[in-house]
Design a protein around this ligand. Structure first.
Ligand SMILES: C[S@@+](CC[C@H](N)C(=O)[O-])C[C@H]1O[C@@H](n2cnc3c(N)ncnc32)[C@H](O)[C@@H]1O
Length: 416
């Protein structure tokens, strides 16, 4: 078994995209883009890509013969930015910490991550702290654009050429807007588990920026009635923007605290939140969580106190979810973290606290079972999905689903 910490410190070896079924995706655009990149990298090899379902595209690494060669001037970026580079992203201006004085636009540079957050912004000399080489790129901004004009810089500072992970640098802009969405595989699976169908009333309780909401709208062919809530007003605006961009017209988004989304004084779902009890056929609770499943994690600053805090809001949200769910309805609970307390522990707590809830298989079951000795019985463990490096004979997992981010999905129904 691969050690969890080691697994979390490395990026997945695949990039996944959700493909919008409401729009037309042209494989030639990706092929053409990769061919152009292969010329820049002086290789005739191309990365493989394939669909695992009509809405899920997998892009593999550049073949091993494509080498990442260092030896250029060093640019230091913060750890978050370095993690993004390892996943195939460009370097955005706010992430740059240090750069030599004599760099030229268009020059090839080596990108290093500041592993302990020690680099002073604007550093001119060689950084001597703990650093990790994450890839090479081409400089698109100079020191004066980044550090010297007193305003927060924006835009791409370095176009990543090749990360050491050898993941292709491909983003959504290779297609017309709204066709492709970079999305982690378990998040896509989460949409498949909820399985939005035409005419269903669906509540997405923690929806921003709307990546799962839009997936649900698309899979229902814009025929479901979806309400998307997020407590932060700017974030709920983002849901609306993303729905427009992706051609999703069956979503109403509101800024609202979902812990308060059920009220006995309300009598209609169509007027927006709060809602009467027993209103929704399906509820997605993609809960705020400690996010410890994100990969790679290069410098996590989470304190034990912060870690402890998530379960309180998760419990409040779960209570509201149970209230607004119809009898016989389906509730999907998910997190992008690996802690037992926020995952199997929440399932155990919910089953004890709400006798009306019954755990049902979170199908399609593509991730592994719940953790051993986590408070769940084997019969319960096989009904949930945990995306992690553990190998458990209770359910073997295809390699692609074992090499994504850490994630958890459980599904309940309400019996009375
Ligand atoms: C894991 S993210 C959701 C990601 C989203 N489901 C997606 O796939 O794009 C959790 C979200 O919950 C929101 N949130 C936190 N507490 C909330 C509350 N009490 N009510 C509604 N939203 C909340 C946060 O603002 C954050 O956007």
């Amino acid at each position: 078994m691969q050690n969890l910490q080691e697994w979390l410190s490395q990026p997945p070896r695949y990039t996944t995209f959700r493909v919008n079924k409401l729009k037309k995706f042209d494989c030639d655009s990706l092929n053409g883009f990769l061919k152009t990149k292969s010329k820049e990298l002086n290789t005739s090899a191309l990365p493989n890509f394939y669909f695992i379902k009509s809405d899920c595209l997998v892009l593999e690494q550049w073949p091993e013969e494509v080498e990442v060669k260092k030896g250029n001037k060093e640019v230091i970026v913060d750890a978050l930015c370095a993690a993004a580079v390892l996943r195939g992203a460009h370097v955005f201006a706010p992430g740059v910490m240090g750069m030599p004085m004599n760099c030229q636009l268009g020059e090839k540079v080596d990108i290093y991550g500041d592993m302990e957050g020690q680099c002073k912004r604007g550093l001119k000399i060689t950084f001597e702290g703990k650093k990790l080489f994450v890839g090479t790129g081409v400089l698109r901004m100079l020191r004066q654009d980044l550090f010297d004009n007193g305003v927060q810089p924006s835009g791409i500072a370095i176009e990543t050429l090749l990360p050491v992970s050898r993941l292709p640098v491909v983003n959504e802009t290779i297609c017309p807007p709204g066709v492709l969405l970079l999305q982690n595989l378990p998040s896509i699976v989460c949409g498949w588990v909820l399985n939005a169908l035409p005419n269903e009333n669906i509540l997405d309780m923690c929806a921003a920026p709307g990546n799962k909401t839009t997936h649900l709208g698309e899979m229902s062919n814009n025929q479901a009635n979806i309400i998307a809530l997020d407590k932060t007003p700017q974030k709920s605006e983002k849901i609306k923007e993303n729905c427009i961009k992706q051609g999703v017209s069956c979503v109403n988004a509101y800024a609202f605290d979902s812990t308060k989304c059920c009220s006995l004084d309300s009598n209609n779902v169509d007027n927006g939140p709060p809602f009467p009890p027993n209103s929704f056929d399906k509820v997605l609770l993609d809960a705020p969580c400690s996010g410890l499943g994100q990969r790679p994690q290069l410098n996590n600053k989470m304190t034990p106190k912060m870690l402890e805090s998530y379960k309180f809001v998760q419990r409040k949200l779960m209570k509201a979810a149970v209230e607004v769910l119809k009898i016989g309805g389906k509730l999907v609970y998910s997190t992008c973290t690996v802690t037992v307390e926020e995952n199997e522990g929440m399932v155990q707590w919910a089953l004890e606290k709400f006798p009306c809830l019954q755990l049902i298989p979170a199908e399609p079951l593509l991730g592994g079972p719940g953790l051993r000795e986590s408070g769940l019985s084997d019969a319960q463990r096989v009904m949930v999905q945990r995306f992690s490096p553990e190998v458990d004979p209770l359910r073997l997992v295809e390699p692609i689903y074992r090499d994504s981010i850490g994630f958890f999905i459980a599904t309940f129904t309400k019996t009375h």
